[in-house]
Design a protein around this ligand. Sequence first.
Ligand code: 45D
Length: 319
Amino acid sequence: MTFTIDSARNIFSSTQVPSPIPATIALFEQLNVDDKLALLWYAYTEMGRSITPAAVGAARLQFAEGLLNQIKQMSQAEQLQVMRELANRDDTAISRSYGFFSVNTKLAFWYELGELMKQGFVAPVPPGYQMSRGVTLVLETIKKLDAGQQITVLRNTVVDMGFGSDAAKTIPTDAEPLFQRTSPAPINVTVEGITEPTVLSYIQALNKDDFDTAIGLFAADGALQPPFQKPIIGHEAIKKYMRSEAQGLNIIPQQGIAETLPNGSKQIKVTGVVQTPWFGVNVGMNISWRFLLSPEGKILFVAIDMLASPQELLNLRPV
Ligand code: 45D
């Protein structure tokens, strides 16, 4: 029995509950551009309060500085136009530059723009703006999500803005600044039901930002599938991805189940909580990892999924 990435993607699928996040983003996508900006602004004024400002960091802003300075010089009407073009993914010079930013630089760019709005340097949502029915509806939908889902909606909408953002052509990995860990990551993790050294080492390596060790646990053609994305295949690509998007995470796994298959490979599902450096301990995301390990204990495939609800943390067996 050999595995393809396609068959691996389905392991434990009968234990999964569809996440409400894609449906929420689909509703958002139907809004017109001014409503999109207004909706995000209202959502952000709630959630943004839990951002740990230290996360942004001057180093991260250096990549966005040119663009931010350009925007500061503009009239209010021009500033609003730039934001519309970003949200519309229009093909403009600014939208293209934004499209080259890494995920965290995009978030830092908007964070800074929000600060500039508060300080009066950038046009905020127009004072007389009346929420449309569509905005009210999407806002109500977002309010029903848990905090981890809400910040994921916000993140994914920011990531999708700009022109050409879908391609994996971000700034060079080496230049990506590190998040300062404000509190040490959990070190001696135990996962109820799991003794598999590969899985425990994976979690420990991520908590230490030790991506070389983490990569060493993967088979040469092993793959990692982030939430709502296609699998990333091979050591180099996974390492680049982790360096850019997994640094500074707190991984707090809770329980798991391990099954050995007839050919000696293993499928393992672990559920738990992940904290992003953006929000620190303020927001926990309920997550599952679905690992497929070779008989030699190498990671052939791991999918990271956002759970539909905290109840799903306990969904380890088919229902
Ligand atoms: O004016 O095992 C708006 C992997 C517009 C690796 C704005 C992982 C209007 C392997 C945009 C609203 C990485 C996959 C302003 C694990 C406006 C692995 C500003 C998982 C001002 C576990 C908006 C990692 C702003 C995970 C500033 C799941 C919004 C990581 C800022 C998840 C939003 C991280 C921010 C998430 C959102 C981070 C900072 C969900 C951050 C979210």
